[in-house]
Design a protein around this ligand. Structure first.
Ligand code: ZN
Length: 280
């Protein structure tokens, strides 16, 4: 499955660039040079700004956050994503969903409104069976009964279920993400009908099976894409944009961002009661 490493979903890559702010452990000018050369000449990387003093790297890119993190960490240094912002001067809003669910399925998905007409959706979900999994924004941010209480696909226009971008589809229809053999799906794509300000407080759900995009023969095809039950879900919460997050230590559990890098990002292994999203 070669597509699973390309950081896309099945709709293809995101064309718009955004800025990613990483904290990277750097102690000297040599570190700065190593970080710069890890990004040099990489397709999809446009501008790189490295600050040794603040141990910060800001990159304008069309790559997914996980791809950039891999490049930075190829230098042997740890990198943590601190913020995501629009490449222009507009700050139209950002949100994050911490995905947790049955077993080991967990992940983080970020939403960044880069213009009135484009929301970049960037995420990593682990613990999936290899293959395609439907992913949708659901109407309610209610996890009282797990993914079951999230309601239907977010559908303010009263349409039938379909392919993302199709006129007659739910706004919440995001298509499928592709998990590799190791169970990880990484993706980044543009959603043209999703507006961050309309989805905060709703939920994001990753399903057991493939979304047939409304073109199947099953009776549920035109309702849900027949993608089976929700495996992991998360409430979509407002998050910090670029440079809005000055903290190096997460106040919620006192661990530093470097230690946090090695902790599970969500799910039962994460300390209970950890409800702050401020470090994202
Ligand atoms: Zn739908």
């Amino acid at each position: 499955m070669e597509d699973c490493r390309r950081g896309m979903n099945t709709q293809g890559s995101s064309g718009d660039t955004c800025k990613l702010e990483f904290a990277v452990q750097m102690t000297c000018e040599k570190c700065v040079q190593a970080v710069k050369s890890s990004l040099q000449g990489v397709a999809g990387v446009q501008n790189v700004d490295v600050s040794l003093e603040s141990e910060a790297v800001v990159i304008e890119t069309s790559l997914s956050a996980s791809e950039v993190q891999k490049l930075l960490e190829s230098t042997g240094r740890r990198a943590v994503l601190k913020g995501m912002g629009s490449a222009g001067s507009q700050n139209l809003g950002a949100a994050v969903a911490m995905m947790a669910g049955e077993g080991l399925v967990q992940g983080v998905v970020r939403f960044l409104q880069v213009s009135e007409s484009t929301c970049i959706i960037d995420g990593t979900v682990d613990g999936l069976s290899p293959g395609l999994h439907g992913i949708h924004i659901h109407e309610y941010g209610d996890l009282s009964m797990g993914c079951e209480s999230c309601g239907g696909h977010y559908n303010p226009e009263g349409n039938t279920h379909g392919r993302p971008g199709e006129v007659d589809s739910h706004v919440g229809d995001l298509g499928n993400i592709l998990a590799c053999d190791d169970g990880r799906a990484t993706f980044r794509f543009d959603a043209k009908r999703v507006k961050v300000w309309n989805i905060i407080g709703r939920s994001l759900v990753v399903d057991e099976g493939e979304d047939d995009l409304g073109h199947g023969t099953h009776p549920l095809s035109k309702v849900t894409g027949n993608s089976g039950k929700g495996l992991a879900c998360g409430i979509i919460a407002r998050s910090a944009g670029l440079f809005e997050n000055a903290k190096q230590i997460c106040s919620c559990d006192g661990i530093t961002i470097w230690e946090e890098r090695d902790c599970p990002i969500a799910g039962p292994e994460r300390k209970k009661g950890h409800t702050s999203y401020s470090h994202l």
